[in-house]
Ligand binder design. Structure first.
Ligand code: NAD
Length: 363
């Protein structure tokens, strides 16, 4: 198979879809790999490393799109890339289509096979291609939140850990999945008071077993959310219903009852966000303030720690990418039906039910 990998063009996105080690694996199985010049620089991988791994380096992204049977990326294609789509192209990347109708239309029109990292669901219910980035975003969310609690950013001027004789900061985490649990780990490590809410009681039991009295677990409903955010210094939005747009459980009215200078980090922003006041922000301009609450809603948080993120992501994506390349798409799906769950568009049809359910037009 001919495999391509272009430089990411999203704001401050330094990750790359393939590492030199990944290239070696594809090339050793007889595949041809084209890498755009400097695609790996932001993650610390030089053109020479890709070259010695067996990739062919091409400067022009459009040529790579044109030649590739499977394009391996990190972020969803942006509008300027839609022209490169061609019939039968396998596009293996994050898409987050429930929040991106123009991209769905472009994929359907060009009959691209969209294989979405975020909807590949293993038999045990895990989402292995989302998990590594969620681990990173979860850990970063507390780091970023702690920074924006500083006075100069409009924050309360609170140190989450406190010091002897002062009150410790209170972190409220909405959603106790991978992002939530990793946020919890860092918040507890920093010495904050932590409350975590989820609708899944089994998950709350698990968190309770892990952290005992260090963490308050609560069932996620409007009453508990309202009570918790009232006391919070940092709220982290980490809710997901796979493939669907995120339920808006962090309501605009809560901003009025929250402390001035408290911070809301909406990690779920890539799926539409779980805050009614959420607007997508970028690493260049990450925050805005509404009703005195500092909002941080960057859709590609792991891009900030690109080297760690690229290695973590590609260690997971190579597993399924190799199956597709070695067996061909249809055979790979037949032999491992987990890959079916990742197909969001195929031959001009929208094939992911949760994405379709997010739009009236596709129902
Ligand atoms: P996950 O499936 O592991 O966890 C989601 C959790 O939300 C589950 O435990 C689920 O029970 C819970 N949930 C569902 N509805 C809820 C509700 N009403 N109230 C409280 N909890 C509820 O998902 P994840 O891997 O933790 O990802 C969370 C979100 O973070 C996703 O939208 C993902 O795309 C996003 N994400 C964003 C970035 C970024 O850079 N911004 C990076 C990685 C992941």
């Amino acid at each position: 198979m001919i495999i391509g990998c272009v430089k990411e063009i999203k704001n401050n996105e330094y990750r790359v879809g393939l590492t030199p080690d990944n290239v070696k694996e594809y090339v050793s199985k007889g595949h041809i790999v084209y890498i755009q010049k400097d695609a790996g620089i932001g993650s610390g991988f030089s053109n020479e490393e890709y070259n010695s791994a067996g990739a062919q380096i091409i400067e022009d992204a459009s040529l790579i799109w044109e030649k590739s049977e499977m394009m391996v990326k990190v972020k969803e294609p942006l509008e300027e890339e839609y022209n490169y789509f061609h019939e039968g192209l396998i596009l293996y990347t994050y898409f987050h289509l429930a929040a991106d109708k123009p991209l769905i239309d472009a994929l359907l029109k060009a009959k691209v096979t969209a294989v979405a990292y975020e909807t590949l669901i293993e038999k045990d219910g895990s989402i292995p291609l989302l998990a590594p980035m969620s681990q990173i975003a979860g850990r970063l969310s507390v780091q970023e939140g702690a920074k924006y609690l500083e006075k100069k950013y409009g924050g309360e001027g609170i140190l989450l850990a406190g010091v002897p004789g002062t009150v410790r900061g209170h972190v409220v985490i909405l959603g106790g999945g991978t992002v939530g649990l990793n946020a919890c780990k860092i918040a507890v490590g920093m010495g904050a008071n932590v409350t975590i809410l989820d609708i899944n009681l089994k998950r709350l039991e698990y968190i309770d077993e892990l952290y005992g009295t260090q963490v308050q677990t609560l069932v996620s409903n409007n009453i508990n959310i309202e009570k918790s955010v009232r006391e919070a210094d940092l709220v982290i939005g980490a809710v997901l219903i796979p493939g669907k747009s995120t339920p808006k459980i962090f309501k605009r009215e809560y901003l009025k009852i929250m402390k001035k200078g408290s911070v809301y980090v909406d990690v779920a922003v890539d799926q539409g966000g779980c805050g009614e006041s959420t607007r997508v922000t970028t690493h260049d301009d990450p925050i805005y303030v509404e009703e005195g609450v500092v909002h941080y809603c960057v859709g590609n948080m792991p891009g900030a720690v690109s080297r760690t993120s690229t290695i973590a992501l590609t260690s997971a994506t190579i597993h399924y990418g190799l199956q597709i390349a070695n067996k061909g798409f249809s055979q790979a799906c037949q032999e491992n039906d987990v890959i079916y769950s990742a197909i969001n568009t195929y031959n001009g049809e929208l094939t992911c039910l949760n994405v379709a359910n997010s739009f009236d037009d596709y129902n």
